[in-house]
Write a protein of this length. Structure first.
Length: 167
């Protein structure tokens, strides 16, 4: 893998197909569960805790699959999908750092909702600040805080997102 600081949609799909981090290692989910279109920045030294940061974007289109079913005649992006996107990004970060293993979301301490992502929005932005990476025999666990903004408005925040890579 060539370590870069940003990734386009085609590269994210390659990650979902297992072509980025190698067999048996971290993968992103495939569409429609892939919840961002591009990673705009990833590094291992910045962020609130100086342990790394990853930013990603999702172009909001009225035809996105979840608007049709959640909720009928009151379309809104499900909060769980934005939370899943944050877990996806923490897992990607772990794979990007070279850690081996298959990724799994392990939990979150708290999520605070202060708004909604609606059809009228143009762009969702995810901001993930890596807090720490713990290495145990056969596993690596990443802890991070995250935010989702829609058109620059804070929609929700998550504290202590926890993702593991397991050999």
């Amino acid at each position: 893998m060539i370590k870069k600081n940003n990734y386009n949609y085609t590269e994210l799909i390659e990650c979902a197909e297992g072509k980025m981090f190698g067999p048996g290692n971290a993968k992103l989910p495939s569409p429609p569960m892939l919840m961002f279109d591009k990673i705009t920045n990833i590094d291992s030294i910045s962020g609130k805790y100086k342990k790394g940061k990853i930013n990603a974007e999702l172009e909001i289109k009225p035809e996105l699959w979840f608007f049709e079913c959640h909720f009928k005649e009151d379309p809104v992006m499900p909060g769980c999908l934005g939370l899943d996107a944050m877990w996806q990004l923490v897992g990607f970060f772990l794979g990007w750092t070279g850690e081996p293993g298959k990724g799994r979301a392990l939990g979150v301490n708290s999520v605070k909702f202060t708004g909604e992502v609606l059809k009228k929005n143009k762009k969702a932005v995810y901001e993930i600040d890596i807090k720490r990476i713990l290495k145990k025999e056969g596993a690596t666990v990443g802890l991070a805080d995250g935010k989702l903004l829609a058109d620059d408005k804070l929609i929700y925040e998550a504290e202590n997102l926890k993702v593991g890579l397991f050999k």
